[in-house]
Write a protein that binds this ligand. Structure first.
Ligand SMILES: Cc1cc2nc3c(=O)[nH]c(=O)nc-3n(C[C@H](O)[C@H](O)[C@H](O)COP(=O)(O)OP(=O)(O)OC[C@H]3O[C@@H](n4cnc5c(N)ncnc54)[C@H](O)[C@@H]3O)c2cc1C
Length: 459
């Protein structure tokens, strides 16, 4: 089938679907190509035996106006759900037990997590000089401003929880751009946060409260809602043998799906896959040009979901717990999903998501399920005191290219993306190859790509 459309989007994860949703809403003719048999990408909610749990991300931060606007625009098709009060505190593992992660200056001074010397350092943070190295790592920046114990017992586990990576490999301005800007623009993390809170904001930005969010009924309700508006007639599942040519002002995308061959002609092409897929799709781009993009390193992550009808371990009155590298445990951290959100486990029960692997332990990815299961149940018993070692549900999800690492190669990658896009008008390289790894970042990028296309006058 030969069809002329406005925009072809490759990938139906959160990024691709957000772009598709806004372009469809604006009346454009679009097609979304997805290699899997379902939309949503890594977002997948499972309902089983009274439990609701996620195979991919569990929670996001309600941090951008684009996310607020998306839920507004979905008009009830997906409704954000915010963390319960008890799901707000984070725990850090130190010397055989959990400690609350300080949430303010007073708790930072009284916590056993940091050394007395670093507590003084934290108090003096607003008076420290700005950094001058634009490629300073997260570890370098934090050590300089807050001290080594703050790096080891606050930032290292935080980076494990978000990036499944090491703070000494991530470059602050790419990996944590808001933190970088706090220092560069305001001279201090503490002073900058206070000043930023007082700055005037528009209504949508005010509603981006930075709360932890999911979606009522699970995150997949969000991607399902956007796929629904996009329309199944515009989404090609099981798309294979995708071949794209760039001729004159058109992108010609040929592929097969469900035993039919298609050829789509579009003015715009949006890729919303991970970096590793680009070489296979974008054959019209020189290999050397694409290399800095497709060689982006990713952390491998294993997520083990364990559900208990009867929880008899310690009270899970927190968001979850993170494990600093120094503590040398087998897991990176654990989320207490049923404490964060309502109705995720039967009354009196619990559902947990335990994370393993990452840049710290890539070797775990090669282990058999039996061994992973044994390791996780052992850690749950030792760290959370659950005596009954047999959960009522246990699922193991593996992601070979889970989380991109915005490391020292990021500058070269971003330049390569700009060059490729400027050489190929109408091409947008989206997805987590740039602009952040969190769900709010993905929605922001998908929205921005759609707006750029809608605002272009001359194509
Ligand atoms: C285990 C895990 C836990 C996470 N936890 C959190 C969290 O707690 N909070 C948070 O904010 N973020 C989290 N993230 C990150 C967040 O989930 C992602 O940033 C976001 O969902 C990615 O959306 P995406 O659309 O960019 O990519 P994806 O969801 O990866 O979607 C890409 C899509 O493209 C398709 N595709 C790939 N190649 C092709 C091809 N050749 N042809 C056609 N289709 C193709 C894929 O099948 C997929 O559907 C987590 C990620 C993982 C993996």
């Amino acid at each position: 089938m030969n069809t002329n459309i406005d925009i072809t989007i490759i990938g139906s994860g959160l990024t691709g679907l957000t772009a598709a949703f806004y372009l469809k809403k604006a009346g454009k003719k679009i097609a979304v190509l997805e290699k899997n048999d379902r939309t949503g990408g890594v977002i997948q909610t499972i309902r089983k035996d009274g439990f609701i749990y996620e195979a991919g991300p569990n929670t996001g931060v309600y941090s951008t106006f684009e996310l607020v606007r998306l839920f507004d625009d979905l008009d009830g098709l997906a409704i954000p759900e915010f963390a319960n009060q008890k799901g707000k505190q984070r725990w850090i593992w130190k010397s055989g037990k959990w400690h609350a992660l300080p949430s303010g200056l007073i708790s930072a001074v009284s916590t056993p997590l940091f050394t007395p010397k670093d507590k003084f350092r934290i108090l003096a943070e607003p008076f420290r000089k700005r950094g001058t190295n634009p490629d300073e790592t997260v570890a370098g920046l934090v050590k300089r401003r807050m001290g080594k114990s703050y790096l080891d017992y606050a930032v290292d586990p935080f980076i494990s929880g978000i990036y499944a990576g090491y703070p000494d490999q991530l470059i602050t301005r790419y990996a944590l751009p808001k933190l970088y800007r706090l220092e560069q623009n305001y001279g201090s993390f503490i002073g900058g946060s206070i000043k930023k809170r007082k700055e005037p904001k528009d209504e949508l930005t005010k509603r981006a409260t930075r709360e932890v969010f999911s979606v009522k009924g699970g995150l997949q309700k969000l991607t399902d809602a956007m796929a629904g508006v996009t329309g199944s007639e515009n989404i090609y599942l099981n798309a294979s043998e995708i071949k794209i040519d760039h001729a004159d002002t058109n992108y010609v995308t040929s592929f097969s799906a469900h035993n039919r061959e298609y050829s789509l002609h579009s003015k715009y092409l949006v890729t919303a896959t991970g970096a590793k897929e680009l070489k296979g799709i974008l054959k019209f781009i020189e290999e050397d040009e694409l290399k800095p993009v497709e060689t982006l390193p990713y952390a491998k992550v294993i997520q083990v979901v364990a559900g208990y009808r009867k929880w008899n371990g310690i009270p899970l009155d927190a968001f979850g717990g993170l494990v600093p590298s120094k503590e040398k445990r087998k897991v990176l951290g654990v989320l207490f999903t049923s404490s964060i959100f309502n109705n995720r486990a039967p009354e009196g029960g619990a559902v947990l998501s335990v994370f393993l692997g990452g840049i710290k332990h890539p070797e775990l990815f090669e282990k058999e399920d039996d061994e992973i299961q044994k390791t996780v149940l052992n850690e749950i018993s030792e760290m959370l005191g659950q005596k009954n070692s047999n959960p009522d549900i246990l699922n193991i999800f593996r992601y070979k290219h889970a989380i991109p690492q915005y490391d020292i190669t990021s500058g070269e990658r971003l330049s390569a993306i700009s060059k490729i896009e400027s050489e190929h008008p109408g091409l947008f390289l989206g997805g987590n190859i740039r602009d952040g790894i969190g769900m709010a970042d993905r929605v922001k990028q998908g929205y921005e790509i759609a707006q750029q296309i809608l605002n272009e006058k001359n194509r």
